[in-house]
Design a protein. Structure first.
Length: 68
């Protein structure tokens, strides 16, 4: 399961965090809005790269990318 956030000024910028993870402090700022939870990111969010997301989430706890 993932929590999805969109940057308010540019909604094509997306941050995905595991629902069991710690929310990064930058997401608590007003510049981000909660987009919901999903168990299947691929197909829900375009341009989502599962391999990159897995590697980055393991290291940082979150994955930020831009939808095209």
């Amino acid at each position: 399961m993932f929590n999805v956030f969109h940057q308010r000024k540019d909604p094509s910028i997306v941050c995905v965090i595991p629902d069991v993870g710690i929310m990064p402090t930058f997401l608590r700022e007003e510049g981000w809005r909660y987009g919901g939870r999903t168990d299947r990111v691929k197909g829900v969010l375009s341009e989502f790269d599962h391999a990159a997301a897995k590697a980055v989430i393991q290291r940082t706890g979150f994955y930020v990318y831009a939808e095209q």
